[in-house]
Design a protein around this ligand. Structure first.
Ligand SMILES: NC(=O)C1=CN([C@@H]2O[C@H](COP(=O)(O)OP(=O)(O)OC[C@H]3O[C@@H](n4cnc5c(N)ncnc54)[C@H](OP(=O)(O)O)[C@@H]3O)[C@@H](O)[C@H]2O)C=CC1
Ligand SMILES: O=C(CO)COP(=O)(O)O
Length: 308
């Protein structure tokens, strides 16, 4: 394809991996980070695509900085952040779309542990937008024999799959840390997916999307890998470490900690049942031990698997 000029915002693990993928495909890639020497204005100049790989806590601030700079009306935004804004409960794509209402916004999300992608191991992902041509542009830019990119028309579903699974990954880390076995892990991940679908549907996401790469796919990757920072939070809590100690030594961001708090608040407001998320929240708040969280989940009222 034609060379595309791409600005990548965020030079953490994921921003660096996405920059490498686009560079390997021959595109002109400029990376911005608040610690780097290049200004945001210089990095954004002539960018046809702006990729945001900023962690959630910086998204609103960076979006408003970008808003104050000259941007071509043709520029497409691609967001790769997996989190929720604590103040507004908005997703990153909703923040970018609000800041740039006349621009195309694409969500990029999937089972993409950055360390494996940095080693050129094969992976697949999803690019989702309500504007098909924008998703197809992102697909062309990032696709390679090592990175298979699918388009999808449900951006909120794709974004929430990647975001909500982080909370279940913390629970999966606890499950493995306590050595609860394969049956327990399968039950946890499956009921976790039920919870994700329940709240995702409230947000307007399609159920089928959660059975795809950005939902079940990312849930499986993150719940089964010690490379996942969210999994590590749960695993190390099961080993008796405090959340403060774990976060102080974690390489990069575990978005599930913040996401869990936002979800519990929203679930209470909307009367949505999210028992696993609630126990993860209580664990993170030191209100229960990992064993108590498990016991509370196991002795809930008995009920049908589904309310058909
Ligand atoms: N790593 C992975 O495997 C994947 C991560 N993701 C998602 O991508 C996002 C980033 O993850 P990752 O790269 O791993 O995280 P890192 O912690 O490695 O990097 C985060 C990046 O965000 C920047 N940042 C944080 N706060 C601000 C702020 N207030 N203003 C400007 N920049 C800010 C950091 O800048 P600084 O270095 O200056 O702090 C850094 O460049 C997360 O939402 C994550 O869930 C998605 C898929 C895979
Ligand atoms: O989202 C990811 C893999 O798809 C990365 O997971 P962690 O943020 O838990 O490391």
């Amino acid at each position: 394809m034609q060379k595309t000029t791409i600005a990548i915002l965020g030079a953490g693990a994921w921003g660096a991996s996405l920059a490498n993928l686009a560079t390997a495909n021959g595109h002109i890639v400029r990376v911005w980070s608040r610690q780097g020497s290049a200004t945001l204005k210089a990095v954004l100049q002539d960018a046809q695509i702006v990729v945001s790989a900023i962690s959630m806590k910086g998204v609103r601030d960076v979006a408003s900085q970008v808003q104050s700079l000259p941007i071509s009306p043709e520029t497409t935004f691609v967001t790769a952040t997996k989190g929720l804004d604590p103040q507004t409960t908005r997703t990153p794509s909703q923040i970018w779309q609000t800041a740039f209402p006349n621009h195309a916004v694409v969500v990029l999300s999937g089972p993409n542990l950055s360390q494996e992608i940095q080693q050129s191991l094969p992976a697949a992902t999803v690019v989702a937008s309500s504007i098909t041509t924008a998703a197809e542009l992102a697909q062309l830019v990032f696709s390679s024999p090592r990175f298979r990119v699918y388009t999808n028309p449900d951006p909120v579903g794709v974004e929430l799959g990647g975001t909500l699974k982080n909370v279940i990954a913390i629970a999966a880390g606890v499950c493995d840390g306590l050595q609860l076995g394969t049956n327990a892990k399968a039950a946890l991940v499956t009921r976790g997916l039920t919870e994700i679908i329940r709240i995702g549907n409230f947000w307007g996401a399609k159920t089928e999307t959660f059975y795809g790469l950005s939902g079940l796919g990312d849930l499986l990757a993150t719940c089964n890998s010690s490379l996942s920072r969210n999994y590590q939070v749960g695993y190390q809590m099961a080993g008796g470490k405090t959340l403060t100690d774990i976060l102080a030594n974690l390489p990069g961001t575990a978005e599930g900690v913040n996401t869990c708090e936002v979800l519990v608040r929203l679930a209470k407001q909307q009367n949505i049942t999210m028992p696993i998320t609630e126990q993860v929240y209580r664990l993170l708040q030191s209100e229960v031990t990992p064993r108590q969280a498990l016991d509370e989940l196991m002795v809930r009222d008995i009920k049908p698997e589904y309310n058909y």
